[in-house]
Design a protein around this ligand. Structure first.
Ligand SMILES: [Zn+2]
Length: 346
């Protein structure tokens, strides 16, 4: 859904967190208020800069590792962001919503949310799932406004000794900025020059047709910079549901949030992880499948994808990773008297 609100929201997106312009003072104020209200969270905010002594803390709070089948799996926190209840739960009853916000200890104007990226390693195979928001050394000028991108994925990979030239595959679950921003550098060079890029044909078609004309301009800008140049590149266009990318990684269609969003089933018969990307933006969406977000392009499809993923995870007792839930977004699905529930798990 692209409304004026949506466009405003996208403006707010970089004004608050990535701005590099005249309104610096306002932004500083906002940051200070934010710091005062959430000291734990602020430790992870990349734009503050870190001295050498804080590196250990940074590593602990920004990197999470687990084994899934044959894959050594690492989850990186690219950036910490905050969203607003009015965008996350656009059709929620106010009183009911307040109860949920209380339960999850979040407020209407501050729903903390990480951006993540996942690396799957098995011998020579190094698969990156989503690429973060990106990093720009110099300010980017967009419609007369300047902003900088402060994603820390490339820095974290380097610190871990992962050479970006060795990434064999990049799976892009959908084309929103927080998932594609790190595909190209600000010098317009591929960050993973030897990788094959996997995404769904429906996603490509949507964003490269008139259907996306009413999408926020900033979203389109990210696509022009990070996706369109892949046109003649090393790309695997996924056409079906449950398509195998390689042994141990299978896609699952999860459209609705965007036209061609995919989730992933990772692992083998012994253990499986379901990567749900943005099918759910908050655990509350698992309890309230009917509560819509401002970011979903088709609410009915989003709702049926939510049901599909919950059923899949629950009936196969899968571990689940949710991109925007509290870092590292690991958990399981439970069902109580026909009501779905998210259980955080590390
Ligand atoms: Zn996202």
């Amino acid at each position: 859904m692209a409304t004026d609100t949506n466009i405003d929201l996208r403006n707010a997106y970089y004004e608050e967190f990535h701005s590099h312009g005249d309104d610096h003072k306002t932004i500083k104020m906002k940051r200070r208020e934010f710091i005062e209200t959430n000291t734990k969270l602020i430790m992870t905010l990349p734009f503050l800069g870190f001295g050498p002594t804080s590196i250990d803390k940074l590593m602990n709070e920004n990197i999470y590792k687990l084994q899934i089948g044959k894959f050594q799996c690492t989850i990186y926190k690219d950036l910490m962001f905050k969203y607003l209840a009015k965008d996350y739960f656009i059709n929620a009853d106010k009183q009911e919503l307040n109860e949920y916000l209380k339960k999850y200890q979040i407020s209407e104007d501050n729903i903390p949310s990480p951006y993540i990226s996942m690396l799957l390693q098995d011998g020579q195979k190094k698969i990156l799932v989503d690429s973060g928001i990106g990093f720009s050394e110099k300010p980017i000028n967009f419609r007369g406004k300047e902003f900088v991108l402060k994603g820390q994925l490339s820095k974290l990979l380097k610190e871990e000794g992962i050479d970006r030239n060795e990434i064999t595959d990049v799976i892009v679950t959908h084309f929103h900025p927080d998932h594609i921003g790190g595909i190209y550098s600000s010098e317009k060079k591929l960050n993973y020059p030897n990788a094959k890029f996997h995404f769904h044909e429906k996603e490509w078609d949507f964003w490269h047709s008139s259907k996306s004309n009413n999408q926020p301009p900033l979203f389109k800008y990210f696509i022009e910079e990070n996706i369109t140049p892949l046109k003649n590149g090393n790309v695997n266009l996924i056409k079906d549901d449950f398509q195998e990318i390689c042994e141990g990684v299978k896609t699952v269609n999860a459209e609705g949030h965007t036209a061609g969003q995919i989730g992933l089933i990772i692992g083998d018969e012994t253990e499986q992880l379901l990567y749900i990307s943005d099918a759910f933006l908050h655990p509350i969406h698992m309890e309230r499948l009917d509560w819509q977000t401002n970011f979903d392009s088709d609410h009915e499809k989003a709702k049926s994808s939510r049901k599909k993923l919950l059923d899949l995870a629950y009936s196969n007792n899968m571990k689940v990773n949710a991109f925007h839930f509290d870092f590292p977004g690991m958990g399981r699905i439970d069902k109580e008297k026909q009501h779905w529930k998210w259980i955080y798990e590390k």
